[in-house]
Design a protein around this ligand. Structure first.
Ligand code: FES
Length: 84
């Protein structure tokens, strides 16, 4: 793949306290397990100014809203299932 994928998770206080605290750990583990750490740049971001739709995750320029621990596996599989 030519370009790395950039994934940012909102760690602003609203998203963080409403679930992203745990989702961060889940994503880190997912990337490690699936050997995706060199293909996907993953980092925390400040408040994305969409708190009421959060918790938020951004993949490249696209924002995924209402992320939860129960949904994150499906989201990651949908996004990255074909490249792992
Ligand atoms: S804290 Fe995540 S959008 Fe504001």
């Amino acid at each position: 793949m030519a370009h790395k994928i950039e994934m940012q998770i909102c760690l602003g206080s609203s998203c963080f306290s409403r679930g992203n605290r745990d989702v961060v750990a889940y994503i880190r583990e997912y990337l490690r397990k699936n050997h995706l750490e060199d293909k996907i740049i993953f980092r925390g971001a400040r408040c994305m100014n969409r708190c009421s739709n959060g918790p938020n995750l951004r993949i490249n320029e696209r924002t995924i809203e209402d992320v939860t621990l129960s949904k994150i596996e499906n989201i990651l599989e949908q996004e990255f299932g074909t490249i792992k």
